[in-house]
Design a binder for this molecule. Structure first.
Ligand SMILES: Nc1ncnc2c1ncn2[C@@H]1O[C@H](COP(=O)(O)OP(=O)(O)OP(=O)(O)O)[C@@H](O)[C@H]1O
Ligand SMILES: [Mg+2]
Length: 251
């Protein structure tokens, strides 16, 4: 893949659920190393877009290209290889509640580990050190051996983030990663995401309800509303009027 090629490209993508149009005619290019915020009211299509980007959802129409590949045309093994490079922090965390935190964090290895190694890790936690380092980075090292369902929402959010740190992907997709965190932690998690991207040239795509964080931590902001792109501009060009318009009630 050449430098000039986008890391993600959506070509005339429409996503339908039954008769409902969740995304309409998306054309979008994202380049390696960009930090992009997705903003817009509830139901705008942010999570749907993130699922299309990581290939867990295939578009009803159009094409989604990631790392130079048309995701809909990949055989399962090739798709998994691409997905290994795309770490996703889901809005609903997607953790296994009944497992200890360490196992959920180590699930970040699953794309790389053999089935046997993964199975063994349930009995003998492998890579304790890597998991501990990731948990320390998100500030909950002491929860390493706690059952995941005993954590608060904000702590579970951080476990989901630690799992992506262990996966060590080229691209991080984060779907409202600070929705259940207090202001101080929100800043820490956003700083961590920005620094991860900035220091190592990773691409970051993050959906946010907090437009201030979008402005302070991302270089480009895409405003979505009712399944359409309302604006897609460098952060410096986002005005309060544009944000007001994006979130205005009605219609
Ligand atoms: N699997 C599905 N089946 C049916 N409708 C769906 C499905 N997934 C999403 N939708 C619909 O698509 C629209 C966009 O949903 P999406 O979750 O992408 O919004 P969002 O911008 O992430 O919202 P929020 O800010 O509340 O997380 C919503 O109207 C939602 O109800
Ligand atoms: Mg969402």
């Amino acid at each position: 893949m050449s430098q000039a090629e986008p890391i993600f490209e959506l070509k005339q993508v429409t996503q339908q659920f039954g008769r409902f149009l969740a995304l309409v005619d998306f054309n979008l290019q994202i380049y390696a190393g960009e930090r992009v915020a997705l903003v817009g009211p509830s139901g705008a299509g942010k999570s749907t877009l993130i699922r299309l980007l990581n290939g867990t959802l295939l578009p009803s129409q159009g094409e989604v290209w990631a790392l130079g590949q048309n995701l809909a045309q990949l055989k399962p093994r090739r798709l998994r290889r691409v997905q290994r490079q795309i770490g996703t922090v889901y809005q609903q965390f997607h953790l296994v509640d009944t497992l200890q935190v360490i196992h959920n964090v180590n699930a970040g290895h699953l794309g790389h580990w053999s089935f046997l190694k993964a199975l063994m890790s349930l009995v003998f936690p492998l890579e304790v050190e890597t998991a501990a380092k990731a948990l320390a980075q998100v500030g909950i090292l002491e929860k390493l051996y706690v059952r995941t369902d005993q954590l608060s929402g904000g702590q579970q959010q951080r476990v989901a983030l630690a799992r992506v740190l262990v996966q060590d992907p080229l691209i991080i997709l984060a779907d409202e990663p600070i929705a259940s965190l207090d202001p101080e932690l929100s800043r820490e998690v956003m700083d961590l995401l920005r620094d991860l991207a900035q220091q190592t040239g990773r691409t970051l795509i993050v959906s946010l309800h907090d437009v201030d964080f979008a402005r302070s931590h991302c270089q480009r902001i895409i405003g979505l509303r009712q399944g359409r792109i309302v604006f897609d501009v460098p952060t410096a060009l986002v005005s309060l009027e544009m944000i007001g318009e994006l979130y205005r009630l009605g219609e």
